[in-house]
Design a protein. Structure first.
Length: 325
């Protein structure tokens, strides 16, 4: 097992918590504001404060293919830029980039969580509260180097990111995206090693990591520290283990669950029909969690593994269960 049982359970718990929070935030939709009128009808208006980042509206089925191509190109471009900035050790620009992404994602999440009645009381307060909280937390996360703030914000960053991508993906495009990301993950970890290099640079040089990050010490080290305290021996350097889970391994399952949540029905081969909704979305989360748990269970210490192939396998298993239930 890569980590001890408590750390493994903690990572899995944070993973599941992010997925469930994400489903709620996706359903709440930060880009729109709903009001129930006196006759019982619901009137929905656009959140003008977020119009600059609102995902485009899908008008035809062919639009999903166009947006999918744009997402793949944007992902490739982002990886290249991140690699170059890491290679040339431009930490300041990377920090600014991280800060901007974190602030935007948190703003989307906090907007979705904020009660909408505040908008009808005072729109300015409704717009500014999420922004102020998000910018403050983003600053503490990127420049404050507090791992508690870091992990707390991770719970809300990926739901915010998911709200941008879920509306422009459908059942088939998200499956292809999962396949491509899994192939990239295998190449980046086992072939090129680019993933390890970028992760180590983020942790050691930038002191910022895009994912869950929990330092811990082993039971053997804890016993040694207690013994040193009893003997009043001066503390020496101790080895701290780190349990990490990359952000991509969290956000792609969440995007998949969000797409399935909003999918009405899909025609499958052999005349089968897949119906989406909350229950199939929950099965996606269950499958992804099982895939991640199996990876943690059979992986070895001090070795890097691509998580997405295991998570994608679990998601496909969850989709099969969702079809039958």
């Amino acid at each position: 097992m890569k980590h001890n049982i408590p750390m493994t359970i903690l990572l899995l718990a944070m993973f599941v918590a992010t997925q469930l929070i994400g489903l709620y935030i996706i359903t709440s939709d930060p880009f729109s504001i709903s009001q129930t009128l006196s006759n019982g009808t619901i009137e929905t208006t656009e959140n003008s404060a977020l119009s600059w980042i609102q995902p485009p509206e899908v008008e035809e089925e062919s639009d999903f293919g166009v947006y999918f191509s744009s997402i793949v190109l944007a992902f490739i471009f982002a990886v290249i830029i991140l690699f170059l900035l890491t290679k040339f050790k431009v930490a300041f620009i990377l920090r600014i980039w991280f800060f901007a992404v974190v602030a935007i994602a948190l703003t989307l999440s906090f907007t979705a969580l904020l009660p909408e009645f505040i908008y009808f009381l005072n729109p300015i307060i409704y717009y500014t509260i999420p922004a102020i909280i998000s910018i403050s937390l983003a600053f503490l996360k990127v420049f404050g180097k507090n791992f508690i703030v870091h992990n707390f914000t991770e719970l809300l960053i990926y739901p915010g990111i998911a709200t941008i991508f879920v509306p422009i993906l459908n059942f088939w495009s998200i499956l292809v995206l999962l396949l491509l990301i899994s192939i990239y993950d295998i190449w980046a970890v086992w072939h090129s090693g680019i993933m390890q290099k970028m992760a180590k640079y983020q942790i050691n040089n930038m002191k910022v990591f895009s994912g869950f990050f929990v330092p811990y010490i082993s039971r053997k080290i804890r016993m040694r520290i207690k013994k040193m305290k009893k003997l009043k021996v001066k503390h020496k350097k101790i080895k701290v283990n780190v349990a990490i889970l990359g952000g991509g391994d969290v956000v792609f399952p969440l995007i998949t669950a969000g797409v399935i949540l909003k999918t009405a029905s899909v025609n499958l081969p052999f005349g089968l029909i897949f119906t989406g909704g909350l229950i199939p979305a929950i099965f996606v989360i269950v499958g992804a969690t099982l895939g991640l748990a199996l990876l943690f269970m059979f992986s070895e210490k001090k070795k890097f593994y691509p998580a997405m192939p295991f998570i994608t396998g679990g998601i496909l298993f969850g989709l099969v269960l969702g079809y039958f239930f």
